[in-house]
Ligand binder design. Structure first.
Ligand code: FRU
Length: 511
């Protein structure tokens, strides 16, 4: 299905619904028996804007980039109700009693979600699946937590080995409390503690807590994630996180710092996958409540981000101080291949020596990777020492739409620009210029600063990873009707470029 005429802005490897409205990722899990990734999501099949009745939609993938749509997974009882955000766990040892020996221990799927009823009351409910996640039966004695509140939602549940119990992280949204509950059977829950920190915004949504390995060590730390909306410092919706320890009862943050998960405008309601074989993997809704319902894709709206692998690492935030930070790297499986590419080492661009990859039969899927040095350490602050990666559409009516990402050596900052004059879309909140300061990734033998940049463009979304995933920036963009990325170029903006590219690759990809 879908609307042919809007396929130019339908991403190829970022999940989009066939039609209708999508928001938060829900119930992410990996089926170890089938080696299959399952995602569920907030879904309105009756329109391409958010609205009740709201369902859990469902899709699966073998590689996290090629997706298969499935039927609705969980439906509300009435048309003015919603199955709101939540999570899935694999109840291997049948603590819930929902399963018997006929169900493989790796496929004992239990969903925990918020039921939003006709009176806007929000309660936590559970449902189980006897067919590995395709259909669900609601627990007869629902709800499992009812505080008689209208702003109480988004349970994320996981098994906590160390204290031998299920843990639920859920928010009392407008009370700015992340609540921690414990259970031995997923049905009876005991309140443990509250946690509040970071930016408030208007309300808390979609919390999470997961264990993340520290790079080059056998240690790990707990990361508490928290979505706030509206009122985030970058406008509208965003995800922040806190790093600390968790004993099954209390989350103890290492410091008072709120860290930003993704500095772009389109990364919200992050969730990690349950039951992954190794490490920590998650994804987010790639939109923003400021304009999610208004973007020009009529028959369906929104996509997910790519799935990312998460680790922790100490990174410099200035020359003197390192702090532990989440490192995010997109999962680009072997099923994605280069149709053609330009790869250079020791490339020295000048105004007349640029790199340009033009795709005649463009898929709209490109990536680029740069590792560069800056050949001088100090510049006068009146100089403009920049390079740009230009992502450009085909020429239509003598016009080209462009988004760009660049680096400014004078202020050591990356910038991104998605300003496109679009006849069908103008929105004050669709921030078009964003930037981020970066410390060098390292220094070379001559003490010159070295930086890295990876970016992946998929029709109408671009994910940027600065300095090997130390900072991520995800943004959607909307080129004019029929236009989508057809070329990618590296250009410098001054005659004697101060940049030396140790390695550059520009690739046109296909899935
Ligand atoms: C976050 C959110 C959640 C809620 C869901 C409803 O984007 O508002 O708090 O469960 O969306 O669709």
């Amino acid at each position: 299905m879908g609307n042919e005429e809007s396929e130019y802005n339908r991403p190829l490897i970022h999940y989009t619904p066939e039609y209708g409205w999508l928001n938060d990722p829900n119930g992410l899990f990996f089926d170890k028996k089938e080696k299959l990734w399952h995602i569920y999501f907030q879904y309105n099949p009756n329109g391409s804007v958010w609205g009740l009745p709201l369902y859990w939609g469902h899709a699966t993938s073998k590689d996290l980039v090629n997706w298969k749509h499935h039927d609705l997974a969980i439906s509300p009882e009435k048309d003015d109700e919603g199955i709101f955000s939540g999570s899935i766990v694999i109840d291997h040892i049948n603590t819930s009693g929902f399963f018997d020996d006929s169900i493989d221990p790796d496929q004992r799927v239990v969903a925990i979600y918020t039921n939003h009823d006709s009176n806007e009351k929000q309660t936590q409910e559970i449902a189980y699946s006897l067919d590995a996640g395709y259909t669900f039966t609601k627990y007869k004695a629902n709800p499992v937590i009812d505080l008689n509140l209208t702003q109480f939602r988004d349970p994320k549940v996981f098994w906590h080995k160390q204290s031998n119990q299920w843990i639920m992280i859920v928010v009392k949204s407008q009370d700015f409390k992340i609540q921690i509950y414990g259970s031995t059977n997923l049905k009876d829950w005991k309140f443990h503690s509250n946690f509040s920190s970071g930016f408030y915004g208007f309300q808390y949504e979609c919390p999470g807590l997961f264990e993340v390995p520290i790079e080059n060590s056998t240690k790990s730390k707990w990361v508490m994630v928290l979505a706030i909306n509206p009122g985030s410092p970058i406008g509208g919706s965003f995800n922040q996180y806190f790093i600390g320890d968790f004993d099954g009862y209390n989350f103890a943050p290492d410091d008072t710092q709120s860290r930003i998960m993704d500095i772009g405008k389109d990364f919200y309601a992050f969730q990690n996958f349950s039951d992954v074989e190794e490490g920590a993997i998650g994804l987010a809704w790639a939109s923003n409540w400021q304009y999610g319902n208004l973007v020009p894709t009529t028959e369906r709206r929104s996509s997910m981000s790519l799935a990312r692998r998460y680790t922790l690492k100490e990174i410099n935030i200035n020359p003197e101080t390192k702090i532990l930070s989440l490192i995010q790297r997109p999962i680009i499986p072997d099923s994605i291949t280069a149709v053609n590419s330009i790869v250079k080492t020791s490339f020295h661009p000048t105004i007349n020596n640029i790199l340009s990859l033009v795709a005649q039969d463009s898929t709209g899927l490109f990536d680029f990777k740069l590792r560069f040095k800056i050949k001088e350490k100090r510049f006068s602050n009146q100089e403009k020492i920049t390079f740009d990666i230009l992502v450009q559409s085909q020429v239509q009516d003598n016009e080209i739409d462009t988004v760009k990402v660049g680096f400014d050596a004078v202020i050591s900052s990356y910038y991104f620009n998605r300003a496109i004059k679009n006849k069908n879309f103008e929105n004050e909140f669709f921030t078009d210029k964003l930037s981020t300061y970066m410390e060098p990734l390292s220094y070379d033998d001559n003490n010159l600063p070295v930086f890295e940049l990876y970016g992946i463009v998929d029709r109408n979304i671009i994910e940027l990873y600065f300095n090997d995933g130390a900072v991520a920036m995800t943004n959607t963009f909307f080129m004019n009707e029929g236009r989508y990325p057809h070329s990618i170029k590296l250009v410098v903006n001054n005659e004697d470029s101060k940049f030396e590219f140790e390695q550059v690759s520009l690739r046109h990809l296909t899935n």
